[in-house]
Design a protein around this ligand. Structure first.
Ligand code: SF4
Ligand code: SF4
Length: 115
């Protein structure tokens, strides 16, 4: 098992906090930033191409909800099932900065900000 720590490098491009994910902690996943197999994810590909830490840095869409790549059908379904919001995650990153956001999520053992 990996320890649950605050590390900005464990923030996914979409704003989820991989550092608190069961799969990451169980060493079954490297987390979004190092998961080179996640080529299916348009948000991840976009973040890499733009050299962003996350969509919080996006200059095209100040509000991530307006980006169709970000606010796609799958993310809406996940949001409904788990009551989480990647849009709220991005808002928190903008408000707190990467380090404080990682600390908040690690302290709360949370992968996503609740709606
Ligand atoms: S949805 Fe995409 S950006 Fe978000 S954690 Fe998964 S691979 Fe990373
Ligand atoms: S909000 Fe959309 S365009 Fe902006 S970085 Fe994220 S995926 Fe790319």
């Amino acid at each position: 098992m990996r320890p649950l720590i605050a590390d900005k490098h464990l923030i996914a491009y979409c704003g989820l906090y991989c550092g608190a994910c069961k799969k990451y902690l169980a060493e079954k996943c490297f987390g979004c930033k190092r998961n080179t197999a996640a080529t299916w994810c348009k948000v991840r590909v976009c973040g890499i191409e733009r050299n962003y830490h996350s969509c919080a840095e996006c200059t095209t869409f100040v509000e991530s909800a307006k980006c169709k790549k970000f606010n796609n059908v799958i993310s809406k379904i996940f949001s409904l099932i788990f009551g989480s919001s990647r849009i709220a995650c991005i808002r928190e990153i903008k408000k707190l900065g990467n380090e404080q956001y990682a600390k908040l999520m690690a302290d709360h053992k949370a992968v996503a900000v609740k709606k």
